[in-house]
Design a protein around this ligand. Structure first.
Ligand code: ARG
Length: 459
């Protein structure tokens, strides 16, 4: 009968209930947020004359002691205490007596967990932004070295048009920039304090929610208490943000895996970030990008899990929402280590420009350029130009060469309007550099884009 809520009960909770009901094994991760929240709440209560200054001092001293015990590992986390709020409050009261019992005035565990968890998530949004920025910096370093390095641009995983490797990496920079903006937006939107909402309806005590909010660094105070105690949008948002970010990471990972194969040979991961096989001595495996691709799945699972927990929940707090934490903790940890290791893998990866360039000699990458030449220089309508180019491609196939190597005479035999100046249009490098439209692949445009991303990081 040692439960804080045991007043109306005549029998003790079963051990099975304790096991099933408790969150203390995982929500203890929020002990800092919880203690800071209690300090802000107590400070506000004292300011409002609800606690005496003596009581506030005792609470501060007691919470400092509890913090010390938790951080030195001597604090006893007991399943029978149910959650961190009650575990900490119980220890506080054991240490300081009556003042500890007053701390929960005008507060419920409902606004308490909403506050703790929200603050944890807000902080993690910003930490992940930092991780993304470090990753972007490393990607920029590689991209800047390769604004002239030709690589086949693909659609349908088929050779399409030549681009440069810096431009290809620039596509991921654009994705990571959007990710950063998403985390920052979530931070701004959710930066409102739940503290003082109490169980669901507010409190008759003369509290000052603005004060506790500002002590905790919140931008403002939530509008409607009924919504606030059961709102987990902030948790869903970080899960969605992480899921989208991991989806981007999985796409880059997939490409790194392909590029590392013998068939591509575009990059080689460093020994530090590759693994071997237990049976095949020759193997060097890209486990890092494979795991990144795989971990994306579990993060999606956490997002779906919480969406499903929240679906159809009646107002306001329901114990279902205790299921909100583990998936978020796991997704956040996965996101943070993923950013870190991807950054290192990219930093230490060897790029092989020769192989990339050789790959551009397969698949008639400059075919569109020949069609463009026919339109621009010969005044031929595009549909007809498309057909003539098709003939030129067929001829190249017949000769077993790439279109970029076809002889002028062969082209002129197909269409006499073709002139010598066509040859510069067929060059793979010229093809890449011809794409000077805004956002295009030409080396010049690519460099502009990289400067844009650098400026974004500095802002
Ligand atoms: N451990 C609970 C959770 O994480 C804290 C809130 C409990 N509130 C309640 N009314 N039982 O959701």
């Amino acid at each position: 009968m040692d439960k804080m809520w045991s007043g109306r009960f005549s029998a003790s909770a079963s051990d099975l209930l304790d096991q099933f009901n408790a969150s203390i094994m995982f929500d203890r991760k929020l002990y800092r947020e919880d203690i800071e929240g209690s300090l802000a709440h107590a400070t506000m209560l004292e300011h409002q004359g609800i606690l005496t200054s003596q009581e506030l001092e005792e609470i501060k001293g007691g919470l400092a002691q509890v913090t010390q015990e938790i951080e030195s590992g001597t604090f006893e986390w007991k399943i029978s205490d149910e959650d961190l709020h009650m575990g900490i409050e119980k220890r506080l009261t054991a240490l300081i007596g009556d003042a500890g019992k007053k701390l929960h005035t005008a507060r419920s565990r409902n606004d308490q967990i909403a506050t703790d968890f929200r603050r944890y998530v807000l902080k993690k949004n910003l930490e992940i932004v930092e991780g993304l920025k470090y990753l972007m910096q490393e990607v920029i370093v590689v991209a800047e070295k390769h604004t002239e390095t030709l690589i086949p641009g693909m659609t349908h995983l088929q050779h399409a048009q030549p681009i440069n490797f810096g431009f290809h990496l620039g596509a991921y920079l654009a994705m990571f920039k959007r990710d950063i903006e998403r985390f920052e937006d979530s931070y701004k939107r959710n930066n409102v304090s739940p503290l003082g909402c109490a169980a669901l309806a507010g409190t008759p005590h003369k509290i000052d929610r603005e004060l506790s909010a500002s002590l905790l660094g919140f931008e403002s105070v939530s509008i409607n208490c009924l919504d606030t105690v059961s709102d987990r949008d902030f948790a869903l948002e970080i899960l969605f943000n992480i899921s989208t970010m991991m989806m981007h990471i999985s796409r880059l990972s997939e490409e790194i895996i392909m590029w590392s194969s013998y068939e591509f040979g575009f990059v080689e991961l460093s020994d530090e970030y590759s693994t071997g096989s237990s049976i095949m001595p020759q193997k060097k495996n890209p486990d890092v990008p494979e795991l990144l691709r795989g971990k994306t799945g579990r993060v999606f699972g956490s997002l779906m899990g919480l969406l499903t927990v929240m679906k159809g929940l009646p107002l306001a707090y329901n114990k279902d929402t205790q299921e909100d934490k583990e998936g978020v903790f796991d997704a956040v940890e996965t996101a943070q280590i993923s950013l870190e290791i991807l950054k290192e893998a990219i930093k230490t990866m060897q790029v092989k420009p020769e192989n990339m360039k050789n790959a551009c000699k397969i698949g008639h990458l400059s075919a569109t350029d020949l069609a463009d030449y026919l339109v621009e220089k010969c005044g031929i309508p595009f549909r007809e130009a498309h057909f003539i180019t098709g003939k030129a491609v067929a001829k190249s196939e017949e000769l077993g060469i790439d279109l970029s190597d076809i002889a002028l005479e062969e082209l002129q035999a197909i269409d006499s309007r073709i002139d010598e100046d066509v040859l510069s249009f067929l060059s793979i490098k010229n093809s890449m550099n011809a794409r000077t439209s805004q956002g295009g692949t030409s080396s010049l445009r690519t460099k502009e884009q990289l400067i844009y991303f650098k400026n974004f990081l500095e802002a």
